[in-house]
Every structure is written in structure tokens, then in C-alpha cells.
Design a protein around this ligand. Structure first.
Ligand SMILES: Cc1cc2nc3c(=O)[nH]c(=O)nc-3n(C[C@H](O)[C@H](O)[C@H](O)COP(=O)(O)OP(=O)(O)OC[C@H]3O[C@@H](n4cnc5c(N)ncnc54)[C@H](O)[C@@H]3O)c2cc1C
Length: 281
């Protein structure tokens, strides 16, 4: 289906992008276009102005903050994550997971910012960034603010990014000896997740997030509390996950019933934590 006519802006600076977004109520940032253009074709979204972020080089960088946080620009593609020495050193799981997203075309065009702003519960990055305790830098005309992963994802297509604002970067703590894991069940090899789970294990603390069971990633806090103490043996991790499924209220759809997703949530959480524990340094 053809797109309806829209105004197109291609700002040269972040400030310019923000002022165009603030000036037009129906304006939307355009990143890789992998989701936005498709939903526009399906008439599920009808922005009046597209603000193309393609020329904003500042959003395409990967580096470190003065405090040593890994800083990933919102326009960084999955392919960039996969080839980044900074990511490899600081948090290799990001590259590992990016390599399993979609196909080569999607990985070449799809961006970190687009992935999290879509906030699709079946996407790879929301659940992973929730487990990694990432923070999100949002800029608007009133300045810049930083939002935790727990506050960023508000629902499908709903995030803490407000009207006239732009997500500029995602900040991820360096692993500092932590181990990270990612597990789940997809439809096909690189397909959509039915359920996914991500975990990070550092010392005697674990952080576990489950995806595809609600509109936003869900932290498995009871499991995290049970794992405090640092025993990551198979039996302890399995016991810690008991009841996790029952605490969730996942949807039923053509890919799986709510009951099946509850089961998968426990299995995926166990696998993610065991993988993370095995990778600690
Ligand atoms: C065939 C196919 C397979 C896919 N498979 C997977 C998969 O397996 N796993 C997965 O996770 N994803 C998958 N995707 C989705 C893909 O990762 C998209 O790239 C991603 O969801 C959106 O990123 P984008 O850069 O294309 O964003 P766009 O489509 O350009 O934008 C998406 C939304 O985010 C907003 N936005 C973008 N950047 C910003 C910003 N900086 N600040 C504020 N708002 C912003 C836009 O306004 C829009 O509303 C797939 C997509 C396709 C087409």
C-alpha cells in the first residue's frame, strides 16, 4: 500500500530536530523506518511530518561517558553494535543479541532508538536493556533528562519520550565482571519471540527481566530476591524461578496460550540466569 502524503524534514542538528518536533503536533522522528513506514503503510499511524534523524551524526556514535558508562547513540544500528569494539569490551551481550534480530537488511537499518521507542514487547532490546539496568537520555526544548529502564517502557508504542522530545542515547553500565544471559523461544530461527528473558549476574545479585508477557518488560523481583546470596547452582536457580509463571498474566494469541507463556517464562528465566552465571568473570 502507498504512503499518504507527509511533510518531510531532514534536520542537521539535534536542536533543529527538537524544534521541528515541538512545532508540529503530528510530527514523528524517523529512524531506520523498519517499523514506522510499515505501520504508516498499514494506516495504523498517520504522522503529518516525518523528522528524519539520518544526518544527526551525534546520534550514531558509541563511546564511554566520563563515569565509564557505555553510551549508545539512538541512531546506532544493530550492525554497528555487532561490529563495535566498545560494545565488545563493555557489554558483549548487546552485540550477541543484535546479531539475532531479523535479517541482514533489518540489522543494517534498524536502530537502537527505534527498537526501544517502538516498545514492542516481542522486540529483543527492551527486555535486555531492562536486565542491564540501562538508562535513557531524552532531550526536549526544556533540556535533557535521564530515565531508568523501569520507567522508560510504558506500554506498546508508549515510552517516557514525550511529544516534541527525542531519545538521544542509551547508557549501559559496563559489565565489570558481571555475566549476562539471554534466552527464549522464537517462531523460526530469527523470528518474533513468544517469550524471552534476559539476566545479569554480578556477585551475589541477579537482575532478571521477562519479555512478551505484558506490554512492557517485567522484572522477576521474587526470583532476584531468592538468588541473593550468590548460589547459582542448577537446583537453586530452578527453585528461585518457581511461581514466576503464576505471578504473570501473559496474553494468549496465535503463537501461544497464556498458560504456555507462563511455562516459557520460567524456563527462559532459568536459562538466562544459568548462562549469565556461567559467564561471570
Ligand atoms: C522483517 C522485520 C523483522 C524484524 N524482526 C525483529 C526482531 O526479530 N527483533 C526486534 O527487536 N525487532 C525486529 N524488527 C523491528 C526492527 O528492529 C525495527 O528496526 C525497530 O523496531 C524500529 O527501529 P527503526 O530504527 O526502524 O525505527 P523507526 O521504524 O524509524 O521508528 C520506530 C518508532 O520509534 C520512534 N523513534 C525512532 N527513533 C526515535 C528517537 N531517537 N527518539 C524518539 N522516537 C524515536 C519513531 O518515531 C517511531 O514511532 C523487525 C522488523 C522487520 C521489518
Amino acid at each position: 500500500m502507498l504512503l499518504r502524503e507527509v511533510e518531510y524534514a531532514r534536520p542537521a542538528t539535534i536542536e533543529e530536530a527538537i524544534s521541528v518536533l515541538a512545532a508540529y503536533e503530528g510530527a514523528r522522528p524517523l529512524a531506520g523506518g523498519q517499523t514506522l513506514v510499515n505501520v504508516m503503510k498499514a494506516r495504523a499511524a498517520a504522522p503529518d511530518v516525518l523528522v528524519d534523524l539520518a544526518d544527526l551524526d551525534e546520534l550514531r556514535t558509541i563511546g564511554f561517558s566520563a563515569e565509564g558508562m557505555l553510551e549508545i547513540g539512538a541512531m546506532v544500528t544493530y550492525a554497528q553494535l555487532m561490529g563495535s569494539s566498545e560494545v565488545d569490551v563493555a557489554r558483549a551481550i548487546l552485540a550477541e543479541v543484535a546479531a539475532t534480530i531479523g535479517d541482514v537488511q533489518v540489522r543494517n537499518r534498524g536502530t537502537v532508538g527505534g527498537n526501544v521507542c517502538v516498545s514492542d514487547p516481542t522486540n529483543h532490546l527492551p527486555v535486555l536493556l531492562a536486565a542491564l539496568d540501562a538508562t535513557f537520555t531524552i532531550r526536549g526544548q526544556r533540556g535533557e533528562r535521564s530515565v531508568s529502564a523501569d520507567e522508560f517502557f510504558l506500554g506498546v508504542y508508549m515510552t517516557a519520550v514525550g511529544e516534541g522530545e527525542l531519545l538521544t542515547k542509551v547508557n549501559v553500565p559496563p559489565s565489570a565482571g558481571a555475566g549476562d544471559g539471554f534466552a527464549g523461544l522464537t517462531i523460526g530461527v530469527h523470528g518474533t519471540y513468544v517469550v524471552n528473558a534476559a539476566a545479569t549476574v554480578f556477585g551475589d545479585m541477579a537482575r532478571v527481566a521477562i519479555g512478551c508477557v505484558a506490554a512492557s518488560p517485567v522484572r522477576a523481583t521474587t526470583m532476584e530476591e531468592r538468588l541473593a546470596g550468590g548460589d547459582y547452582s542448577d537446583d537453586t536457580v530452578r527453585a528461585a524461578a518457581e511461581g514466576l509463571g503464576a505471578s504473570l498474566d501473559p496474553p494468549s494469541d496465535v503463537h501461544g496460550s497464556g498458560e504456555y507463556r507462563r511455562h516459557l517464562a520460567e524456563v527462559s528465566a532459568v536459562r538466562a540466569v544459568l548462562q549469565a552465571a556461567a559467564r561471570r568473570k
